[in-house]
Design a protein around this ligand. Structure first.
Ligand SMILES: Cc1cc2nc3c(=O)[nH]c(=O)nc-3n(C[C@H](O)[C@H](O)[C@H](O)COP(=O)(O)OP(=O)(O)OC[C@H]3O[C@@H](n4cnc5c(N)ncnc54)[C@H](O)[C@@H]3O)c2cc1C
Length: 129
């Protein structure tokens, strides 16, 4: 609990003086994530090669680049919108676009991309078999 309080207080200083009244540690049975660095390339698009099959959830590529309940919800709306488009019936959900990355994140992404490209060129298939 001391570690959690210390870590949280880095994000929100008010946590440092908070008095912990109760706590619990929860184990989520088989609650493991299937995602790891390099797995993005295996994610699927919402529209598939089967004309009336659309996908949503964790495994779908989208601008909502997380693995979260929000992504599951938003990609569900995106899939429903594809159905609406296909049948030309219904009112599409209004999906709020993700905000652009802040300039320093954009710069770091670009740097990361460059390093990966150079790395792949110099050491192809070095990190992932
Ligand atoms: C430990 C943990 C903590 C998390 N905490 C948060 C959090 O605090 N906030 C947050 O936003 N997100 C959190 N997430 C992420 C969030 O749970 C997922 O992003 C979200 O549930 C993805 O929704 P989904 O519909 O894609 O998949 P799931 O919710 O995984 O749904 C897939 C369903 O398909 C079923 N299924 C699988 N295979 C088959 C099959 N062959 N036949 C029939 N059914 C099948 C599964 O049983 C499951 O019910 C957490 C994830 C984990 C693992």
């Amino acid at each position: 609990m001391a570690k959690v309080q210390r870590d949280l207080s880095i994000c929100l200083p008010q946590f440092r003086t908070a008095k912990i009244l109760d706590h619990s540690v929860i184990r989520v049975s088989r609650g493991v994530t299937h995602f790891a660095p390099g797995s993005y390339q295996y994610l699927l698009p919402a529209a598939t090669s089967i004309p009336n099959l659309y996908l949503s959830g964790d495994w779908v590529v989208t601008r909502h680049g997380s693995w979260s309940q929000e992504k599951a919800y938003v990609t569900g709306l995106e899939a429903a919108n594809l159905v609406i488009n296909r049948f030309n019936q219904g009112k599409p959900a209004d999906i709020i676009p993700v905000e652009s990355d802040e300039p320093h994140i954009q710069a770091l992404r670009s740097l990361n991309q460059t390093l990966r490209t150079v790395g792949n060129y110099l050491l192809p298939d070095f990190w992932l078999p």
